[in-house]
Design a protein around this ligand. Structure first.
Ligand SMILES: [Fe+2]
Ligand SMILES: [Fe+2]
Length: 181
């Protein structure tokens, strides 16, 4: 399968996840996870190659720049409380920008790339993209044991002044971070 088909197929997953994100913060997290993996691998296995073709370089750089803008919108949305009444507007903004980007790739960039990258290379890149995507999305991250979370919650109640004074005396002893009066 050509990488173009693989990318379009993953766009379908992104669109579906986004449509379900509006009312479900967990699906929104999953959408962002897929989106970050998509951008990373699309750049490695598609845009890095497209950039080497002089007549396609500008469009490739423009698309990668759009990835950076989308990542800035993601960072902004991540720092915003999910329960805030304006949170859906944040999701909407990210969705609109992302959808525009996916549409442009499918309508212009992907068809153009087929005339500048040989079909056998698109096939090989497709295999690499799919393998890397499946590996990246299936990474299992172990959960933090509940006992550690509980201990941390209790530890947080320890007097803060003592911790601060220890840190200050350590810093002074080392002669760093001194506050000059
Ligand atoms: Fe993209
Ligand atoms: Fe894409």
């Amino acid at each position: 399968m050509s990488i173009i088909d693989n990318l379009v197929s993953h766009h379908g997953v992104l669109r579906q996840l986004f449509n379900k994100s509006m009312n479900d913060p967990q699906v929104f997290q999953e959408f962002m996870r897929h989106l970050v993996v998509h951008h990373t691998l699309e750049e490695k296995y598609f845009y890095d190659i497209l950039q080497t073709v002089p007549e396609a370089e500008h469009e490739a750089l423009e698309a990668v720049n759009e990835h950076h803008i989308i990542e800035l919108i993601i960072k902004d949305a991540e720092g915003f409380p999910n329960e805030h009444e304006h949170f859906p507007v944040k999701i909407e903004g990210l969705g609109e920008y992302t959808t525009h980007h996916l549409d442009e790739e499918e309508a212009d960039i992907f068809p153009m790339s087929q005339s500048v990258i040989p079909p056998e290379d698109l096939e090989t890149l497709g295999k690499l993209f799919t393998e890397a995507k499946d590996n990246a999305l299936n990474v299992k991250v172990p959960e933090v044991p509940g006992a550690i979370a509980n201990r941390a919650a209790k530890y947080d109640k320890a007097p803060k002044a003592k911790v601060a004074s220890t840190a200050t005396s350590t810093a002074m002893g080392l002669g760093i971070g001194g506050l000059k009066t």
